[in-house]
Design a protein around this ligand. Structure first.
Ligand code: TLP
Length: 349
């Protein structure tokens, strides 16, 4: 049985060009700054994002954690959206390793934060009862808010408040290239109003491993020490960076295809009785839906789909589909038929 895997864009396999680049990469010891392929990737990442410097890290989670550790002191507080990956899915690293407390604010439907709510969440200075607010974390695209996109204005509104209060802004830009392609705006523009950011090579861009943390030179110097402390100094990491360079050179524009297949899914899902889905929320490669609870439970439905060869994620009470390079229109159509069949199957059992 051919499995259609819609759990995440992290399941994408490296392209042939990436495998060749890995085989032929020029290598050195990156902990000593001597891996030319890593240095090339870091320079490229800094240029693309308009930041002074960049650091290759093992994962998006490590990039966000180092971002928080290098921007904050123990006992500080960070402001984070209630749907943020940093809050839900990063094992409370900020609290466990940084002694940093998280202050949640609401995410709007597509992920943006409300500037006045952020403003109210900032702790007044000088009161010994309060932890200092040192960082605001944004996420673009916002995974759990329908893969929604933050515009330059959404980010600037938060940046202005942060600046007025001498607070830094860190962006979890795991899928920032999806946002850039959706908005037809260069990444540099989209991240202009952030101090530091992480982006991932290993999602829709299809590289096997790796993320980049970007910021000013002093920040990256601090981040490099944190990376070492966390065991993230990776020696001949050029084999990872080589695939990352191919990802940045040739895989960004094709993310459009993933957005097109997501829209095809969205249209198809909207026409299946018993599926609850709002097509107006679909902007990028992530979409959510529910199963009408009078038909059957979500877990039964997801289990049935899995048996029929379609894998999806159930995330906090909703079902998530993520489109990626291995999902063509044909897979979308087969998956839609399977979804309709699985619904019928659970309804009669
Ligand atoms: N997200 C994964 C899972 O952890 C849920 C996924 O399948 O979407 N930021 C965002 C917005 C992410 O979606 C992810 C991965 C990360 C950070 C962490 O990246 P990795 O997996 O490289 O640590």
């Amino acid at each position: 049985m051919n499995v259609i895997d819609l759990r995440s864009d992290t399941v994408t396999l490296p392209t042939d060009e990436m495998r060749k680049a890995i085989a032929n990469a020029t290598l050195g010891d990156d902990v000593s700054g001597e891996d030319p392929t890593v240095n090339k990737l870091e320079k490229k990442a800094a240029d693309l994002t308009g930041k002074e410097a960049a650091l290759l890290v093992s994962s998006g989670t490590q990039g966000n954690l180092i971002g928080i550790l290098a921007n904050c002191q123990r006992g500080d507080e960070i402001i984070v959206g209630e749907n943020a990956h940093i809050f839900w899915n990063e094992s409370a690293g900020a609290a466990a390793l940084g002694g940093v407390q998280t202050h949640l604010v609401r995410n709007q439907l597509q992920g943006a934060l409300n500037p006045s709510e952020v403003s109210s969440a900032i702790r007044p200075k000088g009161n010994p009862h309060f932890p200092p607010t040192s960082l605001i974390c944004l996420e673009n695209t916002q995974n759990m808010s329908n893969g929604g996109v933050l515009t330059v204005d959404d980010t600037k509104a938060i940046w202005d408040i942060a600046n007025q209060n001498q607070i830094k802004v860190h962006l979890d830009g795991a899928r920032i290239f999806n946002a850039a392609v959706y908005l037809e705006t260069p990444v540099k523009e989209l991240v202009k109003y952030t101090d530091t950011l992480t982006f991932c090579l290993s999602k829709g861009l299809s590289a096997p491993v790796g993320s980049l943390l970007c910021g000013d030179g002093d920040f990256i110097t601090k981040a490099r020490r944190w990376r070492k402390m966390l065991g993230g100094g990776m020696r001949q990491a050029g084999i990872i960076a080589a695939a990352g360079i191919v990802a940045l050179d040739s895989m960004i524009e094709r993310l459009r295809d993933d957005h097109t297949t997501a829209l095809r899914f969205s249209d198809g899902l909207s026409a299946i009785p018993g599926i609850i889905h709002d097509p107006s929320t679909v902007q990028t490669n992530i979409l959510f839906f529910d199963v009408d609870p009078t038909i059957g439970t979500m877990s039964k439905f997801v289990g049935e789909l899995e048996k029929m060869g379609v894998r999806v994620h159930s995330v906090y009470g909703r079902i998530r589909l993520v489109t990626h390079r291995h999902i063509t229109q044909k897979e979308v159509d087969i998956a839609l038929e399977t979804i309709a069949k699985a619904l019928k199957s659970i309804a009669y059992n």
